[in-house]
Design a binder for this molecule. Structure first.
Ligand SMILES: O=C(O)CCC(=O)C(=O)O
Ligand SMILES: [Fe+2]
Length: 322
């Protein structure tokens, strides 16, 4: 059942980014706290990312996925220890799903010159396209959503009474992964196949851009016992919290289940999710008194360890360094 009438809160972040009066920041902090406590999700405008930057990104994603199949396959993320690069349609299958996701995706992250710490840091894979058609607009966009993700973390921290300065230790060298996605038209998917099957996000803050008017995202709402469609509106971002935030906040902020079914029969749908986690060795910033000193890297290995070709030696390094 889809709960058509319900809308996620729409929060104007300009009150936090460019406050005009003393109460503006406090108001936004309270709105975000409430939305993340209730839904784990909200929509936002006034986020400071220009429409040109968003359009440049969407155009680049389109260019990338229109490359010939073989060229895309030669950029496979399976060949890259940091899992940067191309994921073909049909490669993600979650426990409990009958069919794999129909989406194809391309991953980038921090641009570090050498592979370090189990591959959580390392260089990106860039497709052989002119810089102005891909790398430049994509990197501009990556940095813009990196900043927005950091701002949301600041807001979430303050929402639980912590100072912004906690971010200094948490995000000196944050792992920020960006996933560019294309969903095939509904008519080209199998009966019962999802674009992305129901899941919660792993970690910190997710900053999601949906191609305008290409609806498809649905969020599970416990209290309605149903899926809420989240409209794809131009210049409006979707923000959500992952499992790490839910765990670290003691449940004060929720990590909600969501899924994607491209609603258009004959058109593909583009989206882009930036996941702002934190440093590989960072511990809980939402409760610095947390007696469990589990790190971001340790949680990543718990969740994704089997999906990465991480060497045991590297895994041990990240696991041991709590
Ligand atoms: O494409 C979307 O709208 C959502 C994608 C998503 O949930 C994910 O990649 O984790
Ligand atoms: Fe997700």
């Amino acid at each position: 059942m889809a709960v058509q009438e319900l809308q996620l809160p729409l929060i104007d972040l300009s009150g936090y980014i460019n406050p005009k009066s003393p109460g503006d920041r406090e108001r936004v902090i309270a709105e975000v706290r409430e939305a993340c406590a209730k839904f784990g999700f909200f929509q936002t405008k006034g986020h400071g990312i220009s429409l040109d930057t968003q359009k440049g990104l969407l155009k680049s994603i389109d260019t990338l996925f229109n490359l010939p199949k073989d060229e895309k396959r030669s950029l496979s993320f399976l060949q890259n220890v940091s899992r940067r690069g191309y994921e073909e349609s049909g490669m993600s299958l979650r426990d409990g799903d009958k069919l794999p996701d129909s989406k194809e995706a391309f991953y980038i992250g921090r641009e570090d010159p050498v592979v370090e710490h189990a591959g959580f840091y390392g260089p990106n894979v860039w497709p052989p396209l002119p810089n102005d058609q891909f790398r430049t607009p994509v990197w501009d966009y990556y940095q813009a959503t990196h900043n927005l993700g950091s701002t949301i973390w600041e807001i979430l921290l303050q929402g639980l009474g912590h100072p912004i300065s906690v971010m200094d230790a948490f995000a000196k060298k944050p792992m920020v992964m960006m996933k560019m996605i294309r969903y095939p038209p509904l008519a080209a998917t199998l009966p019962g196949q999802f674009g992305v099957g129901a899941h919660t996000d792993f970690g910190g803050v997710t900053v999601l851009l949906q191609e305008p008017n290409k609806h498809g995202l649905e969020v599970w709402l416990d209290e309605k016992d149903g899926w809420v469609p989240v409209k794809a509106v131009e210049d409006v971002y979707v923000i959500n919290c992952g499992d790490m935030i839910m765990k670290w906040s003691g449940g004060a902020y929720k990590s909600a289940k969501h899924r994607v079914i491209n609603k258009a029969d004959n058109e593909s749908r583009l989206s882009c999710a930036t996941f702002f986690h934190g440093d590989v060795f960072a511990t809980n910033p939402l409760n610095p008194e947390d007696p469990v000193k589990e790190t971001v890297g340790q949680l990543l290995i718990k969740r994704f360890g089997n999906q990465f070709s991480l060497s045991d030696e590297w895994k041990q390094e990240v696991k041991a360094a709590a």
